[in-house]
Design a protein. Sequence first.
Length: 437
Amino acid sequence: MTENKNINQMWGGRFEEKSSDIMEQINVSIGVDKRLWAQDIRGSIAHAEMLAKQNILTKDEAVKIVNGLNMIAEEIKSGKFEFKTELEDIHMNIEARLREIIGETAGKLHTARSRNDQVATDFRMWIRGAIDELVVLIEAMQGVIATLAKKHANDIMPGFTHLQAAQPITLAMHLDAYARMLERDKGRFLDARTRVNQCPLGAAALAGTPYPIDRDFTAKELGFDAPMPNTLDAVSARDFANEFLFTCAQCGLHLSRLAEEIILWATPQFGFIKLSDSWSTGSSIMPQKKNPDAAELVRGKTGRLNGNLVQMMTVLKGLPLAYNKDLQEDKEPVFDSYDTLSLCLQAMAGMLESATFNTEAMLNSAEEGYTTATALADWLVMNLGLPFRDAHHVTGAIVKMAEDKSCKLNELALEDMQSVHPGITDEIYEVLSIKKG
């Protein structure tokens, strides 16, 4: 048979004409999926060892293949490996190079597998590793928050609703709220990891393989909990990618909320926080500016995380079983969300760790915002037996009085408050003073 060098030698036996230039451009994925090289080599090594264990390959053939794959890994690590777009993807690039190194034996590696189960396995392994790395970054940020919370355990600030001063809280309590959000994000990642950690290898194209393979062996070798029981599902499922993208987006949303507060707190109008120069930028025209751009970028990058989730869900909508080439679009949003969230977590942790808080401004804001009004109402209920609605009305009148006099609640004279309700005693000042409370 005469070989046509213009036709892909990995799959072109049925084809007589080469792909058009545009077809090659839309079909190629090596620019994106080369990030899977380590997982692809690891999966191929496990597959070769299993084939030898099952006497589908000889031991010598398996050793030859494994040695060749390890050589390729070293070439990629050192930057000497040439990724070729004409070979489409990471799988074909590695297999073609293996053939150059060890000859025709390389063609036996693909026995009892397809690129369908190969890429699904690689992708699950990559996401599993990404989850582990993101969990470490989340815990590092939680550590920064814990240190700040300990430092500011007794520093009072206003708690807000509707961005209006509501009740006095501590800075530690406010920061700890974000630590709790991050803990749930960590839990979502770890929970998703249990579902991603099932092995598709052995599903082949979609219906398994007639070869006497050992799927339990490869699953164990690759760190999976078990093989996926349904081969159609194994090659076509990408809900694990959706779940990863959702959790990235949700974590990004939490970071964005914190970023928004840092942006507000850094304004002269709030004056609650001062960011270090290393986490701020200046203006090309206004010399006085010190902008919280790291926080603004974290807030902005949430849009990327949300968009990646929507993109992936849209790709999957309506796909029939089993594998479809649409699934080639699954990796770019996942890689981008991992990169984006990793950067945001590190930026937020660094920004907080180097920031200083103006606790005096926070205390003044709490005192000026009538934040002890709810405590006043509760005192009326508990000490005078007023129904809460009546206590609420009395408190509102006292707050209005303080506004009219341009003073704080604890600066009102007892006689003034008794003019609203005669049962009020000087014990009320115990709850009106933030510092005493």
